[in-house]
Design a protein around this ligand. Sequence first.
Ligand code: FES
Ligand SMILES: [Fe+2]
Length: 449
Amino acid sequence: MLSEEKNRLLTEVGPGKPMGDYLRRYWHPIAGASEFDEEAVKPLRILGEDLVLYKDLGGNYGLVDRRCPHRNADMSYGFVEQCGLRCSYHGWQYDQSGQCVHQPFEETLDPGARMRRNTKIKAYPVQEKAGLLWAYMGPQPAPLLPDWELFNFKNGFAQAVFAEIPCNWFQCQENSIDPVHFEWTHNNWTTRLQGGEGPYVPTHLKLAFEEFEHGFVYRRLRGGESEDNVMWTTGRVTLWPNGFFLGHHFEWRVPIDDHNTLSVLWVLSRVPTEQEPYVQERIPSWYGPIKDPATGRWITSHVANQDFVVWVGQGTVTDRTREKLGQSDKGIVMMRRRFFEEMEAMQADPAHEPKGLIRDAATNCNVPLPSACRDEMLHGLPRAALAAHPLLGPYLRDFFGQAGQPEHVRVAYERAIGQKVEGAKFFKVHGSAAEHHAPQPTSEEEQAG
Ligand code: FES
Ligand SMILES: [Fe+2]
């Protein structure tokens, strides 16, 4: 249980708020690079700021204020030039740094362009990595954008999957350090959603949480498992400050504002070794629906959707003055405490270096994270062994990660793995609720979300 004041500290992300300032010290994934194959300009809201993300004709990305500093026109209706974005009202043009580089009428009257040189629009740096576009909205010097090892594994089919979730980011992130929910939100609930009454999976017996440089590792032991099970020996990573790493995929919960979160999944599916060498030309990105249009209820058929349901169900900003924490919440308590310590340290000393930032280019190459399936992801498996793998095998049967995978992504994936996925025909985004029966993995380690 927390005081109202402490709950606000964790959840308010606007500029000037302690958590807002803290999160601005990290790079955040905000869109898929493939989105800009068709559209050059996209309005978006991140950390409570209204912004416009664009790709100019020179191929460079920029992220600027939604409003033009001249007379507040909407820059999302601007148009890109060789360098930067031009406002469609009076043609003022801004480069990636936000500097105004053309002010047509003013410069006609004043060829010295004094006013133009003094005009800037708010702008943040953007980088592309792993098919994602990342923004840094904090003070300079920016840290390095982490080069996680998984981003560089060969012979994989990656996809970036987004959804906008109408609740605060922190309750989403608390889910990254909550092992027991796998048993109920994913395993047992899925059994019930698919019409079975049981049996339920073996229950959790032991949990362990440890902090490390890039977050926390949680480990779990369930009934019937021995202590050499990878979920006990290696476990999973609660990635600081707003991510989750599960060996073959990442999740990030990027605050849109205090009441909305951009969920980002980045999933790498290793192709069977028979398909090697496989080189993916373009990492696709897509946005999945979260509501079933036929019923108006949240979609429950896929792993991430099940998570979304429990997050939004906690209330837009969950009321942490009313909760009853138990032993299963030990990791959540540890994580909250670290955020409080970090925010306090930063408020006391603005020079405080936030946890886990990478600044040394020599160390920012294939940065490893604890992974329960590193060998399989690195070296691959023949088709039969991959299909039998408890964690990775289900991806050969369906993309059960999140509802709404577009057909072109499924087709590209099938081509990559050299076989059809069976499950795709079971799920129709615009179908009725009765059709939402994606065949989910059933064994206990198979659930990925
Ligand atoms: S409002 Fe943008 S150029 Fe005038
Ligand atoms: Fe989950």
